[in-house]
Design a protein around this ligand. Structure first.
Ligand code: C2E
Ligand code: MG
Ligand code: MG
Length: 575
């Protein structure tokens, strides 16, 4: 007999009861037992010595189930007795408690499991004369609980383990690592460009795509590995039995390669990608939370490095992330603490050598780190959405400052893609113009191709509304993106700003000249102004003039100047 006995009151301790011998002295069954037999639960009555005096039919059947190879009333009655008496705790905790009890209240309960049968037993003292036990078959409930538990650990869409089960498997793998030294790895996978599929083709297609991704991931792991879906388009692989890091590198490479192959979903040919962050145990940590965090940091790096690739965790990623968090916290307070400043870089019109305007360039005067370049904080501000209030401040401040300049000079502000997304841009500009009193003609908005890459209909509407107000629109950093020419056709820009990199190439490389010449040529046919950025030498200036650009901006004219010094610069400027 090998039934497992759980004494619930004592914390579900498993014990192995001793062998049961038949008991010839078992008490006879009373005739009114038949009445009791109609009760679904089994009922047993025991005398003061703990012997079973009465057992109902259901009780015997239930006990028989627990001891399939034994039949017969005697042995089954004895079985319960044995079950109770044999629990090591039972002498102390069950029977001793019950024996001492002189009331009708003292109860003890436990569960006995044998194969797929589970019996819930509850024993109650009867005023010191004996005990009554009820037996309930809880096998079905236990099975459905187990099934529910299993379902709660699976992702309903893909059938893959979910975060819960992943964590259990990870805990097992880490325990194995402690015992046997067997290394494991976490590969955190984020799908690239999944959202546009979901947004443009609808969730049913998105779901079907996710199922296919799940199938592909399943196909490349070993049976002992776990593929889990832990978020909308986030998956994770727990790779076990790793001999060397190269095993994991090979898997990471396969993931990136396999996920980026084209999918056919309900007649649509779809292409997505995967970014993968990898953390290895024990090198990158032996605790689940740390490994997950480190895989996440590595994934963040993979995304920063252009997506569609994998990165292994490195300790400095953590330090960099902490620095970034501090910067983020500081930046959230910088507006209120008035730590931002605008510097202005003058622009020169070539045909009459006149200063026609300035570009507003933000600076952050950090209390500890000093002046921080926009290149070091604007990308983060864009990522966390803080660019919207910061950009709003820039627009208002630039309009106010420009009111102090000669009326022939305009001001250009840089506007990020995130500001176009926020819906408030046009209202902000109207309000900044109204409160400063600056004429809309003197305000210029500089956008990059990134603005036109997103929701182009809405963006174009916003650009046209700005145009109707009288605000001018420039295409900044022209030539650094990849489809600039088509963008020039999508909206009638007032100005093209030729990126600094082309101006740098002027002195020497013939293709630099050719590009500037081509852009200057476009100016004539499309009727736009062309500004060459980053002009640093008189030679560059001459070449720019020769190629037909209209304006220049660069260190040769001036570096960006603090607002307070600008008027003096303008007054003293001699071309
Ligand atoms: P940008 O709009 O292309 O601005 C021109 C950048 O080139 C400025 O860098 C300017 O200082 C630099 N520059 C100008 N002339 C020369 C030159 O002759 N030689 C060299 N080597 N560099 C020159 P800065 O101020 O560091 O700004 C960098 C970028 O940060 C800007 O590029 C712009 O994209 C962004 N940015 C600056 N202010 C703002 C702002 O208020 N809002 C937003 N959204 N972005 C801003
Ligand atoms: Mg600019
Ligand atoms: Mg630029």
């Amino acid at each position: 007999m090998s039934a497992d006995l759980h004494h619930i009151g004592a914390g579900s301790r498993k014990v192995v009861p001793p062998t049961v011998r038949s008991d010839p002295s078992a008490a006879p069954r009373l005739t009114w037992n038949r009445y009791l037999d109609v009760i679904r639960h089994g009922l047993l009555m025991m005398d003061a010595s703990g012997r079973v005096a009465i057992a109902t039919g259901p009780a015997e059947r239930l006990l028989d189930n627990m001891n399939a190879e034994r039949t017969g009333k005697l042995s089954s009655r004895r079985l319960l007795h044995a079950l109770c008496m044999s629990v090591s705790q039972s002498r102390r905790e069950i029977f001793q408690t019950l024996r001492g009890a002189r009331d009708f209240q003292t109860t003890a309960s436990f569960e006995v499991t044998r194969q797929d049968h589970t019996l819930h037993v509850e024993i109650r003292s009867v005023a010191g004369e004996g005990w009554v036990a009820t037996l309930e078959d809880v096998s079905a409930r236990k099975a459905s609980e187990a099934r529910a538990g299993e379902l709660a650990r699976l992702d309903p869409l893909t059938g893959l383990p979910n975060r819960l089960l992943l964590r259990e498997r990870l805990a097992e793998a880490l325990a194995r690592l402690q015992r046997t030294g067997e290394a494991c790895a976490l590969l955190l996978i984020d799908l690239d460009r999944f959202k546009p599929v979901n947004d443009t083709l609808g969730h049913p297609i998105g779901d079907a795509l996710l199922e296919k991704v799940a199938d592909r991931l399943r196909s490349i792991v070993k049976p002992a590995d776990t593929v889990a879906r832990i978020g909308g388009d986030e998956f994770i692989i727990l790779q076990t039995s790793i001999r060397e890091a190269a095993d994991t590198q090979a898997l990471a490479r396969r993931i990136v390669d396999l996920i980026s192959r084209t999918y056919m979903v309900e007649g649509h040919l779809l292409t997505i990608g995967a970014s993968v962050g990898v953390a290895l145990a024990p090198v990158d940590g032996v605790m689940a939370d740390k490994l997950l965090k480190n895989a996440d940091l590595a994934l963040y790096r993979a995304k920063l490095d252009g997506r569609g690739t994998y990165r292994f965790f490195e300790p400095e990623m953590d330090a960099r992330m902490q620095a970034r968090r501090r910067l983020e916290l500081d930046m959230r307070q910088a507006l209120a603490r008035r730590e931002f400043q605008l510097h202005y870089q003058p622009q020169l019109q070539l045909d009459d050598d006149r200063l026609i305007g300035c570009e507003a360039l933000i600076r952050w005067k950090h209390p500890e780190h000093g002046m921080i370049s926009p290149l070091d904080f604007i990308p983060l501000a864009e990522e966390i959405g803080l660019i919207v209030p910061i950009g709003e401040w820039v627009i208002r401040q630039a309009c106010r400052d420009a009111m102090t300049w000669p009326t022939g000079m305009s001001v250009a502000v840089n506007v990020s893609p995130a500001q176009f997304k926020s819906d408030r841009l046009v209202e902000t500009i109207i309000s900044a113009l109204a409160s400063s009193g600056l004429s809309a003609k003197r305000l210029e908005v500089e956008i990059t191709e990134g603005v036109l890459l997103q929701e182009s209909e809405k963006t174009l509407q916003t650009l046209h509304r700005l145009r109707e107000l009288g605000v001018r629109v420039s295409m900044d950093d022209f030539g650094t993106g990849y489809s600039s020419l088509s963008y020039l056709r999508s909206f009638p820009f007032d100005k093209i700003k030729i990126d600094r990199s082309f101006v740098k190439d002027l002195s020497g490389k013939p293709d630099g000249d050719a590009i500037i010449r081509a852009i200057a040529g476009l100016r004539k046919s499309l009727g736009m102004t062309t500004v060459a950025e980053g002009v640093e030498t008189p030679e560059q200036m001459q070449r720019i003039r020769d190629e037909g650009c209209t304006d220049v901006q660069g260190y040769l004219i001036s570096r960006p100047i603090p607002a307070d010094d600008l008027l003096q610069f303008i007054a003293n400027y001699k071309p």
